[in-house]
Structures are given as C-alpha cells and as structure tokens.
Write a protein that binds this ligand. Structure first.
Ligand code: ADP
Length: 256
C-alpha cells in the first residue's frame, strides 16, 4: 500500500506539473496572439488615414480638384486625416508609457468637491450643446490623486458620452465606505452586450463606432483604466443598448 501511495503521489505531482506547463504555454500563446493582433491593428489604423491623405494629395497634384472650392475641400480632408493620425500617435505614446510602466503618477491632496466641480465646469464650457448635469450633493473628502491624470480620465469619459450620441449626461459622485464613487451616465447609443466585456481592452472599438469613423483609436478606455487602477480604484461599465451607458469608477479616500 505504501508503495502505491508513493506512486499515486508521484503521478499526482507529475499531473500538476504538466498542467502548469500546459497553462503557461497556453498563456504564452495567448500573449503572442494578442501582440500580433495589436500590431496588425496599429498598422491598419495608421495606414487607413495615410492612404486617404495620399489619395487626396495625388488628386490635388493631378488637378482633379478643379476649382478653388474643391481644392479647399481636399485640404480639409487632408487636415482632418492628419489630425486623426496625430491623435492616434499621441494615444499610442501614452499607452506605451503605461506598458513600459514609465508613466508617472504625481499625487497630491485635493478636495473631492472642488475637483469634480472644476471638471464639471470645464466640460460645461466645452460641450455647450449638450445637457450636462451635476447631481447634488458633491461629497467633500480628501483624495490623494494626480489631478492632471484624473482630469484626463473625466474628459475621456465625458467625451465618449457625447461622441456616442449622448445629449443628456449626468455626472454623480457618492461617498462609499473608504471610497468615492463617480459615475457618468449618458443617453446615447449604448454598448452591445457582446462588446461590453472588451471595451477596456487596448484598440477595441465597437462595431458601430468603427463603421461610423468617429476618429477614435480604441485606446481611450484602456488608458482610463490604467490611470484609475494606478490610483487603487476600479472602473466598470453598464449599458442598455439603444438607451445609454454608464461608467462607474472608485477612488480610495485619503487616510492619514
Ligand atoms: P474610441 O472611442 O477611440 O473608439 P475608447 O477606448 O474610448 O475608444 O472606447 C472603446 C469603445 O467603447 C468605443 O469604440 C465604443 O464602441 C465603446 N464606448 C465607449 N464609451 C461609450 C459610450 N459612452 N457609449 C457607447 N459606447 C461607448
């Protein structure tokens, strides 16, 4: 019996090791696949606006744009496509800093009420055609955050809410035990159920967003998630397709 026990244990140990090895090669393969998809996706996103710029420049050279009005139109398209490339490269640069863990988060103490009120006021100035509401009351607690980075997070979430069809956007901040929880709710197009699990992944863009050519990069929410997590918080999204989306995140309160 002793002998059999020993053999049993040996086989069990061997199984464990084999499973472990299998898992790590699977992980490695998944990682490799994700990396290849990432490169394919970057190349595609860089090439599309470039091809278009090239086409319009050639059009101008060949004199296809006959009158001044048409030429102006061509220049406008070229400008908009270069802007798109610029945004993509800027996002890529930001994103790579996270990947390389080189992004610095410089925290300082701020008051949550002052911080969110300022974010709201800036957004109100920027989106005057949108009904932007700040729910009362704003909790007043200390947060130890990188104000600039967190403003970037809020700007990104509000920008998406508008970009994806929101005309009525509600920003709410609540106090939970140990945390503040902020949410941005819109009445836009919403996010399809099958997309919801992927929106925080780098380069992921919803089917509708891709076809709409809204000029996004699919990096915004990945960067947002990095920043929130670097502050010890969490972010999630909820959505009712056709009715709107809500993004909810937490930030730990500062304790001495
Ligand atoms: P981008 O906006 O550049 O496509 P993001 O990372 O900001 O990239 O968003 C990823 C995807 O998540 C978008 O393509 C879109 O499909 C979806 N999404 C994000 N925010 C919203 C929103 N407020 N309403 C609907 N869909 C959204």
């Amino acid at each position: 019996y002793r002998k059999q026990d020993e053999i049993g244990r040996f086989i069990h140990g061997f199984d464990l090791m084999r499973n472990h090895l299998k898992k790590s090669t699977e992980q490695q393969q998944q990682y490799e696949l994700a990396r290849k998809q990432l490169i394919a996706s970057i190349s595609h996103d860089l090439r599309t606006p470039l091809a278009s710029i090239k086409g319009y420049v050639e059009g101008l050279e060949d004199g296809i744009a006959r009158n001044e009005e048409m030429q102006k139109k061509y220049y406008r398209v070229i400008k908009s496509k270069t802007d798109q490339l610029d945004r993509l490269i800027e996002d890529l640069f930001e994103f790579s800093k996270f990947e390389l863990e080189q992004l610095s988060i410089e925290k300082s103490l701020v008051n949550s009420r002052e911080f969110f009120r300022e974010v709201f006021q800036v957004a109100q100035l920027e989106y005057q055609d949108v009904d932007l509401v700040l729910a009362d009351p704003l909790p007043s607690v200390s947060l130890n955050i990188d104000g600039g980075r967190m403003k970037q997070v809020m700007a990104n979430l509000i920008d998406n809410a508008v970009k994806y069809g929101g005309t009525n956007i509600v920003m709410k901040v609540e106090r939970l035990p140990g945390f503040v929880q902020a949410s941005i709710k819109d009445n836009g197009q919403g996010i399809d159920g099958e997309d919801l699990g992927s929106i925080f992944k780098p380069f992921f863009r919803g089917e509708k967003s891709r076809s709409r050519e809204s000029g996004g990069t699919g990096l915004g929410l990945a960067i947002v998630k990095y920043i929130i997590e670097a502050h010890g918080g969490e972010i999630r999204a909820e959505s009712h397709p056709g009715k709107g989306s809500e993004f909810v995140f937490t930030l730990p309160m500062y304790v001495k």
